[in-house]
Write a protein that binds this ligand. Structure first.
Ligand code: ADP
Ligand code: MG
Length: 333
């Protein structure tokens, strides 16, 4: 009798779906929740893909393909994996659309500030000017035939931090699609893919929008979505205090300082997470007027802008699914 009982207990433990899983990868805590459809196999497949993307696209990882491109700037084209070329290609597209406000060659400037690292610093004006002189997305040469990338000038360097997590979320979604999983929340450090619908009945997911002025996990409102990615770029995501001043991590490719334009955050809702991620950074860097024009030019993309004066504005498609629940903020036209 006893062995049977033990076996059954063991069996029920095995059949119980594993809870959501989290790992530190892509520089942040990534959580995947497959609800009742989870299995160790699919979780492992997703997290190993996320690690693979990090190993390919990290600028700070010595020997990674992206680092090899950077080390060979001004020297030679570097053969790289196809996924890196695809992501870089999308990044260059947003660089063009934003007239360089979003620019994947921003790394020399990102390194000078080192915001989000152990040792952030306020660069000297000369350092800022030197870094700015190395930023220009037009000096990135992709050879598709040879599958190589070349940076024309020595000292140039790529940073895909503003877009790689979006690509990673799309890859996670693709693996779920292949496994015929119906619903999931993919959360890569706040870069969300609300995959499928909340329940069989087709109820939308309800995704909280961070209050940029409050502690993490405090939402100013809720977005109801079905099978969409939601990505926010904001002043609160990553910042450093230097001499009592706060500096956030989205840098102006014009003046070399953290972007200041009255915005606290930009949230993008889109079908593909790479677009939501790229656009959120690009729109934030551009500011409200031009950022909104950019988003409106892109099919299927919607945006919510949160301002320092606590106004919130958005495209009609975004506001249709949005419920404001923090009365400090107010919805404007
Ligand atoms: P998060 O990393 O919080 O998801 P973003 O997607 O907005 O935020 O990306 C911000 C990161 O992008 C920065 O940490 C930096 O590595 C890089 N970056 C900063 N300024 C720019 C810019 N103007 N264009 C492109 N990338 C940038
Ligand atoms: Mg981004």
């Amino acid at each position: 009798m006893m062995p049977w009982l033990l076996m059954c207990l063991g069996l029920t433990a095995c059949l119980k779906p594993p809870p959501a899983q989290s790992e530190f990868v892509l520089g942040t805590v990534c959580t995947i929740n497959l609800y009742e459809q989870g299995s160790a196999r699919i979780y492992d497949a997703i997290f190993s893909r996320l690690h693979e993307i990090e190993q390919t696209m990290s600028a700070s990882l010595a020997g990674a393909p992206l680092d090899r491109i950077n080390q060979n700037a001004g020297i030679a084209p570097v053969p790289v994996p196809a996924d890196l070329i695809a992501v870089l290609d999308t990044a260059l597209g947003y660089a063009e659309l934003s007239d360089g406000a979003f620019d994947p060659t921003v790394y020399p400037l990102v390194k000078r500030w080192a915001i989000g690292s152990e040792d952030p610093h306020l660069p000297q004006e000369a350092e800022i000017q030197e870094a700015l002189s190395l930023i220009n997305w037009r000096d990135v040469v992709i050879d598709r035939e040879a599958a190589t990338v070349f940076l024309r000038r020595s000292g140039m360097a790529l940073d895909l931090g503003a877009i790689a997590k979006g690509y990673a979320a799309d890859e996670a979604a693709r693996l779920l699609q292949n496994a015929r999983i119906k619903r999931a929340i993919i959360d890569l450090g706040g870069n969300i893919f609300a995959y499928g619908t909340k329940q069989e009945s087709g109820l939308p997911w309800r995704i909280g929008i961070q209050n940029p002025l409050d502690t993490r996990g405090t939402y100013l409102g809720i977005l109801a979505v079905r099978h969409k990615s939601i990505v926010t770029s904001g002043v609160y995501e990553r910042y450093a205090e230097i001499n009592g001043q706060r500096y956030h991590h989205i840098l102006s490719t014009r003046d070399g300082y953290p972007v200041r334009n009255g915005l606290l955050s930009v949230t993008i809702i889109a079908d593909r997470s790479i677009d939501a991620d790229g656009l959120s950074t690009a729109a934030f860097a551009l500011g409200y007027e031009q950022g909104r024009t950019l988003v409106e030019a892109i099919d299927q993309a919607e945006a919510i802008f949160v301002f320092e004066d606590k106004r919130i504005r958005g495209t009609p498609g975004a506001l249709a699914g949005f419920t404001l629940n923090d009365t400090q903020f107010n919805l404007a036209e």
